[in-house]
Design a protein around this ligand. Structure first.
Ligand code: MG
Ligand code: MG
Length: 306
């Protein structure tokens, strides 16, 4: 596998500063070496730079940094599209607003290759607000709605070449959903598995059913991994901790199943805020999870000092 690493140091979509340092922390935690040890070819494509700002007023006064996020989305969509020509792009965030661009770029790539794009969204939150429904105004809460063609983004965010069909999106690990999002997810036909579903049924059957759908449709699969999918006790370095997240084993199991499926074509690692980390343990966990997704067996995991 040819892994292509791309740094996307956007932080203006989150409620607090720090995600800008995410790509550096993931590189420092040894991502390139970990993938290389698995026999993959790894290219570091460097860092995305946002397009120039354009400002257009919006009726929702709560919105924060809209021109900046639009400028980032435009640049990220282009970079993701280019990186997606072959191999497996791994996008290092950066807050989750970057998925507006990575999904737009990968959806265009999939459309041009006549394959349906499926999205696995591993997150405590669905990030399914529109510019009109968000009350926090933090734009890391809108990327999935934008990329799947929900209303209200026209004239502000870049025009989508190919929206992701919302019925091909599966969210896993949810435990913080606003009422407007709940209704919109249901309307759009997104598959929603919250933490209760994982508690009741176990993660494996839920994920397996989705992977079977991807496989049956001969689809491409983009995985978007938000740090807050994980329980804060194992992954403290995120500005939006919500108790009751995925455990160490559940997270690794998901990655191992994704690897076994052979279906994953691109990956986001988002919301890592190294300022909130404890001696790099969250960054290290993300590198280990990425290695699991790319073929490392947990049984072979080297013993670490912590
Ligand atoms: Mg998120
Ligand atoms: Mg989240």
């Amino acid at each position: 596998m040819h892994c292509k690493i791309l740094g996307i140091p956007v932080q203006d979509g989150a409620g607090r500063m720090g995600c800008e340092m995410g790509p550096s922390a993931l590189r420092t935690a040894g991502l390139v070496a970990a993938l290389g040890e698995l026999g993959h070819q790894v290219s570091d494509l460097g860092t995305v730079v946002p397009k120039p700002l354009t400002t257009k007023p919006h009726d929702n006064a709560a919105l924060k940094a809209l021109p900046k996020i639009v400028a980032w989305t435009d640049a990220i969509a282009e970079a993701a599209y280019i990186a997606g020509d072959d191999g497996m792009p791994i996008f290092l965030g950066g807050d989750h607003s970057m998925a507006a661009g990575t999904l737009a770029g990968m959806a265009r790539r999939a459309a041009e290759s006549d394959k349906p794009l499926f999205v696995l969204w591993l997150d405590a939150h669905p990030d399914f607000h529109t510019l009109d429904t968000t009350s926090s105004g933090n734009l890391h809460g809108v990327p999935l709605a934008y990329a799947s063609g929900q209303g209200g983004f026209e004239g502000y965010f870049p025009k989508l070449y190919a929206p992701v069909d919302p019925t091909r999106i599966c969210t896993l690990g949810l435990r913080s959903v606003d009422p407007a999002e709940r209704a919109a997810l249901h309307r759009a036909g997104v598959t929603v598995h919250d933490m209760r579903a994982i508690d009741e049924h176990g993660l494996a059957p839920l994920l397996r059913a989705f992977l079977e759908r991807v496989s049956a449709a001969d689809g491409r699969l983009h995985v978007s991994l938000d740090v807050d999918f994980l329980d804060p006790s194992i992954a403290p370095a995120v500005g939006t901790t919500v108790p009751g997240g995925a455990t160490f084993r559940e997270a690794h199991l998901a990655m191992e199943m994704l690897h076994d499926s052979g279906l994953v074509t691109s990956l986001d690692l988002v919301e890592l805020n190294p300022f909130l980390d404890e001696r790099g343990r969250t960054a290290t966990l993300l590198v280990d999870l990425t290695a699991s997704l790319l073929g490392r067996r947990i049984m072979d995991r080297p013993t670490r000092s912590h």
